[in-house]
Write a protein that binds this ligand. Sequence first.
Ligand code: 5GP
Length: 177
Amino acid sequence: SGPYEILGWPEFGEAARELARAVVRSGWVPDLVVAVARGGLVPAGALAYALGTKAMGTLNVEFYTGVAQTLPEPVLLPPLMDTSALPGRKVLVVDDVADSGRTLDLVMRLIQDRGLPGAGPAAPGEPVPVDARSAVVYAKARSVIEPDYVWRHTDRWISFPWSAQPPVTEEHGGTGK
Ligand code: 5GP
């Protein structure tokens, strides 16, 4: 234990396979995997391969600016994916963690709203629902939504392998790791 939950690359590989097994066991196979960028990009790619799903989309959301430092609201950033093809499809939304859960809540609402009257290819007044589910590597107890598929629960700050180190800079001359 300690203040951090550290996820390494090999453990992440196991997490992705276990999440995929949970999705398959539930008898639901997505037509499309949507990554919540940036944190959900690596998990979404790993899950899409593990599920054999080729179609992918991305929604960019910014909320955290540092460890436990947030903006007032999660905000969608460009480029915005075309959500018009979602009604009638099974969509798996993937993120790294549901912490406050506000980011995932925003994305799930946005995607499910595509099934409202006039939003999809259906005639106005004839909503075609989007069958959307969510998967995360971690969920915290305080999350406002419980994702459909969760690998582990924790209440600690998580260190993910893809963001454990600061970005590579010129100062290190490209010789450092
Ligand atoms: P939420 O909206 O659920 O509070 O969190 C949104 C995003 O903030 C997550 O997808 C993730 O990218 C980032 N975040 C939240 N909690 C943690 C954490 O414990 N560790 C890391 N590395 N990022 C987090």
